[in-house]
Design a protein around this ligand. Structure first.
Ligand code: B12
Length: 215
């Protein structure tokens, strides 16, 4: 099967809420030595983005989103161990990532975390709805080089600003790169709150953070 066919099948599995199909296409991609990052980005991610748009247009409802996310996660879970990532001593930097306080959206953040791992960063994924204080503590405890926060709602974006303030108060803002992302987040917002890097998606994040750490 061609790469394009595998990607189309992965996308269709998410759009059709078919967990078993998502797992099957992931296994097939591995067996055929396909470009697995391509299958994630152009297949599973493209599928969930389309579902997200249909949800926003009220053509789909919450159960659809849950089922599509479950299919995507099942496929990605099979691909993850095959993606490699950093090997000991080669880390490009320690990246702490979390969905910001009050926000439970985790799909995009998890995709970013996977791609950063593939690019050679040591990623500590704290999860979702993580209090700013806990993010700051994780940065200190792990001597993080970069901290990324995800916000999917206009009501939770403000906590990315709180995180900036708390990193300053903890005295570590000068020694850490801050990265913000999420659908309502923009370069303007990053400038407004004083975040170092805004990323539109996983690719953009890897590119800009590699630049920021001087790789
Ligand atoms: C899936 C989804 C859910 C799922 C989440 C499942 C999960 N485990 O994540 C469920 C059903 C649980 C859910 C719940 C809710 N949701 Co919702 N949800 C969505 C939906 C449809 C898609 C989001 C998604 O996963 N997109 C796919 C991923 C791949 O894209 P992404 O998240 O944007 O991530 C990419 C980039 O943004 C970027 N990125 C993301 N994070 C980060 C982080 C860093 C560091 C970087 C660098 C980059 C980066 O890279 C990613 C990969 O390319 C959006 C609609 C939309 N169009 O966004 C609504 C949406 C975000 N939800 C919304 C709402 C209101 C809610 C609820 C309050 C609904 C409710 N009434 O209960 C609750 C939230 C409760 C809470 N406290 O958080 C609204 C927010 C409105 C607003 N502007 O504030 C939206 C926009 C829908 C809408 N149009 O109304 N939701």
């Amino acid at each position: 099967m061609t790469q394009a066919d595998l990607e189309a099948k992965a996308k269709q599995a998410v759009l059709g809420y078919q967990k078993a199909d998502a797992e099957a296409v992931a296994k097939q991609a591995i067996a055929e030595g396909a470009d697995l990052v391509g299958v994630i980005e152009n297949g599973f991610t493209a599928g969930i983005q389309e579902v997200g748009e249909l949800f926003a247009q009220k053509k789909l409802f919450l159960p659809h989103i849950m089922a599509a996310a479950a299919a995507m996660t099942a496929g990605i879970d099979i691909l993850k161990p095959e993606l490699g990532g950093k090997t000991a001593g080669e880390s490009k930097g320690k990246f702490v990532i979390a969905t910001i306080e009050g926000d439970i959206h985790s799909i995009g953040k998890d995709i970013v975390a996977i791609m950063l791992g593939v690019a050679g960063f040591e990623v500590l994924n704290l999860g979702r709805d993580i209090p700013c204080d806990d993010i700051v503590k994780a940065c200190i405890d792990n001597k993080a080089d970069i901290v990324g926060s995800s916000a999917l709602m206009t009501s939770t974006m403000v906590n990315q600003k709180t995180l900036e303030t708390k990193l300053k108060a903890a005295g570590i803002r000068g020694s850490i790169i801050t990265n913000v992302g999420g659908a309502p987040v923009s370069q303007d917002w990053a400038d407004q709150i004083g975040a170092d890097v805004y990323s539109e998606n996983a690719n953009d994040c890897v590119k800009k953070i590699l630049e920021a750490v001087g790789d």
